[in-house]
Ligand binder design. Structure first.
Ligand code: GLU
Length: 414
């Protein structure tokens, strides 16, 4: 039988199992298996050549029993409705695991920002906010950056929202530039969170960070900052990959040079000859493997060839259910996406709190608080993993789903 690569179906399968193990009735699964709300929008944009192009976008709100929904907006040609739905469910789980007062949301627009001008991107970002403005807001649903969106796009979205609402509302969106109410540490937050998770995993495996060899697939926001942090901490980054290909050197790569030459979409390997195909980097010798790119990279077809003893998922959905099982059976410690990549939303939460109180924290303060929430999340998941004998992904789902299930029950929805 073909392995199922639909991320919505696989996420539903694990949620079902998590709810069963926690003893919830089938009705709870019926409530949580799909987002409460999904809005599809069509956004007309005047392109630089004078023609109008109509883009399709989505905003999914998974569950708002705990609090407003929260999650990024991605700009990518492969965005689909099912993917946005799955991503909104993952956001609910992330918020549950690190204990934020939010449910999950997610947005996406089918487009290729690499082929659009600055002004076209601005018009698209503003058009998206006008299209979804009725269902978002600082106490309803709070967007943020995701794949191929950044602080400039958040700034345009904020500006559009404040002109529609006619008041300043910095808490409408997170991942903003510092001067518009952004938080210190937001840009590096996902990579910092992954770094903290790597530290916890290494402790469980008794490996020292400065002895560890690391491979990172993906050189976008998370992957590139992570390469920097690993390099600065004395680990040997032996492999990196982007959409064009991969570089591997058992002696360690020149990370400073690669970061210097990387473009704003995270590509650098196109400058080199003799690169490996991006997916082959996963199978090279290393201690820690960090998939920081896209979905379904580790499947039952290559799981047996992975050599790392620790996998920390910085991307959303990089490993399938079957591959997770195969790796866990071989003793690989896998820190799943819904835990490992939660650093971004944690600091987004801090940004929103700072916006609400109008008082801003130092980078050290943000980092200390991030560390606390991430380590608590890891310990809770690891505890369920070791006491209930379930893999780390199922353990993370069990921790993540509990709060929204309880909140839904208290509200009388189930
Ligand atoms: N897009 C990021 C994620 O997938 C961050 C979301 C946020 O900051 O709200 O976790």
């Amino acid at each position: 039988m073909e392995e199922n690569l639909n991320v919505l179906v696989s996420t539903q399968t694990i949620i079902h199992e998590a709810l069963n193990r926690l003893g919830y009735p089938e009705e709870m699964f019926e409530l949580l298996k799909e987002p409460l709300r999904v809005l599809t929008v069509r956004i007309p944009v005047r392109m630089d050549d004078g023609k109008v192009k109509v883009f399709t976008g989505y905003r999914a709100q998974h569950n708002d029993a705990v609090g407003p929904t929260k999650g990024g907006v991605r700009f990518h040609p492969d965005v689909t409705e099912d993917e946005v739905k799955a991503l909104s469910i993952w956001m609910s789980l992330k918020c549950g695991i690190v204990d934020l007062p939010y449910g999950g949301g997610k947005g996406g627009i089918i487009c290729d920002p690499r082929e659009m001008s600055f002004r076209e991107l601005e018009r698209l970002s503003r058009g998206y906010v006008r299209a979804v403005s009725q269902i978002v807001g600082p106490t309803k649903d709070i967007p943020a950056p995701d794949v191929m969106t950044n602080s400039q796009i958040m700034a345009w979205m904020l500006d559009e929202y404040s002109s529609i609402r006619e008041f300043e509302a910095p808490g409408f969106i997170t991942g903003k530039p510092l001067v518009l109410g952004g938080s210190h540490g937001r840009e590096t937050a996902t990579a910092k969170g992954v770094t903290i998770m790597i530290g916890e995993a290494l402790r469980r495996k008794n490996i020292a960070l400065n002895q560890a060899r690391v491979i990172i697939q993906g050189f976008g926001n998370a992957g590139s900052f992570l390469a920097k942090f690993m390099h600065e901490a004395g680990a040997k980054v032996v492999g990196i990959a982007d959409v064009h290909g991969a570089l591997y050197d058992p002696e360690g790569l020149d990370i400073e040079h690669l970061l210097d030459r990387r473009d704003s979409f995270g590509t650098v390997t196109n400058l080199f000859k003799n690169t490996l195909p991006s997916k082959e980097i996963l199978e090279q010798e290393c201690d820690i493997l960090v998939p920081a790119a896209i979905e379904n990279q580790i499947t039952r077809d290559n799981a047996d060839r992975i050599k790392a003893s620790i996998i920390v998922e910085a991307a959303n959905g990089p490993t399938t259910i079957e591959a997770t099982k195969m790796l866990t059976d071989r003793g690989v410690l896998l820190v799943p996406d819904v835990l490992a990549s939660a650093g971004g939303v944690v600091v987004s939460y801090f940004e929103w709190v700072q916006n609400n109180q109008g008082y801003y924290w130092s980078e050290e303060e943000v980092h200390r608080k991030l560390e606390q929430l991430m380590i608590n999340g890891f310990e809770n998941v690891y505890h369920i993993h070791s006491t209930r004998g379930v893999d780390m992904r199922l353990a993370a789902y069990m921790v993540g789903v509990r709060k929204m299930a309880e909140a839904s029950r208290f509200r009388g929805w189930i």
